[in-house]
Write a protein that binds this ligand. Structure first.
Ligand SMILES: Nc1nc2c(c(=O)[nH]1)N[C@@H](CN(C=O)c1ccc(C(=O)N[C@@H](CCC(=O)O)C(=O)O)cc1)CN2
Ligand code: MG
Length: 287
């Protein structure tokens, strides 16, 4: 039996349309448009695509886009000064720094400089701590987008055995916290994990974000499991391939996300969702 496709592109479009409708309502009631600043340092080609797509998504949702693309040689102090300026600007509700940054930039210091109240990526240690203590305010976009997709399956996460492959700050760790908060039993696997195939084969739900094309083999997947592939790997021939061997995995899974058109579009829709939350629904007290 072939798995049902969890269509991130369609779910993201639906979410973006509902965000646009709310922006229209709020603006008609005299509220400001949400303002989002995406800071990109340098000219990484993949980042340039994502930043352009964020800009287009902002425009379609009725947001003010106040993004800044800075040259690769921009200093740490210059990025920090820009963040200070955006933190103080009341028309800016969300600030993110597109990752990766060039090697001379320290991303941790940059992320901590963003006001936790405007940290719409949810990467600031304050927001990570809120998620870890079951008091989430701003959750990282990719794992939170995955939760929105999982909700569409109608499957109860409580009590499921989940395996997260990859332990990054952007995907694996916040995905662990999101799933734990829904009372799944979560195992996080990483580069030092033994018997990965065996662990994946036990899972009712597998979320993979490692950046290695087709690392998770399709025949590891337990019959009926849900498979979420966060990987986006561009091959030499230009094809985009996930971290899961899709063609084989889909014959074992009950639900599976494609690449492209799966988790990726949810990342951007969730960024808009977080920014709208700051603009209209949050009374943030963090310093
Ligand atoms: N500050 C951040 N940096 C990065 C994040 C992040 O959430 N915050 N995540 C990724 C990149 N990313 C968003 O920034 C992102 C990746 C992929 C997609 C997407 O829609 N992918 C499409 C394919 C697009 C293509 O043709 O390449 C898909 O999967 O269908 C959106 C956003 C790392 N950096
Ligand atoms: Mg700070």
């Amino acid at each position: 039996m072939s798995a049902k496709i969890l269509d991130g592109k369609a779910i993201a479009l639906e979410l973006r349309e509902s965000i646009r409708a709310e922006v229209d309502r709020q603006v008609a009631a005299g509220k400001p448009r949400p303002g989002l600043a995406v800071i990109m340092v340098g000219d990484d080609p993949a980042s340039a695509v994502y930043v352009r797509n964020k800009k287009i998504a902002c425009e379609k949702a009725g947001f003010n886009d106040v993004s800044e693309v800075l040259p690769a040689q921009t200093t740490q102090q210059e990025v920090l000064a820009l963040i200070d300026k955006l933190n103080a600007d009341e028309s800016v509700h969300g600030i993110i720094v597109q990752l990766p940054v060039p090697a001379h930039i320290d991303p941790e210091e940059i992320i901590e400089r963003i006001s936790p109240c405007k940290d719409v990526d949810g990467f600031h240690p304050y927001n990570v701590g809120r998620l870890a203590t079951r008091m989430p305010i701003m959750a990282p976009c990719t794992p939170h987008g995955v939760m929105t997709m999982l909700a569409k399956t109608g499957i109860q996460l409580r009590g499921l055995d989940a395996v997260v492959v990859g332990a990054s700050n952007i995907v694996g760790v916040p995905q662990l916290l999101e799933l734990l908060n829904e009372r799944a039993t979560v195992t996080v696997c990483h580069s030092a994990t033994k018997n990965l195939a065996h662990k994946v084969a036990q899972a009712d739900l597998v979320v993979v974000g490692v950046g290695i094309p087709e690392m998770v083999k399709g025949d590891w997947i337990k019959p009926g499991a849900i498979v979420i592939d966060v990987g986006i790997n561009r091959m030499d021939d230009g094809r985009l391939v996930g971290d899961v061997e899709f063609e084989v995995a889909k014959e074992h899974a009950s639900w599976i996300t494609p690449v492209p058109g799966g988790v990726g579009p949810m990342t951007i829709a969730t960024l808009l969702e977080n920014t709208m939350k700051v603009a209209y629904h949050l009374d943030c007290k963090a310093k």
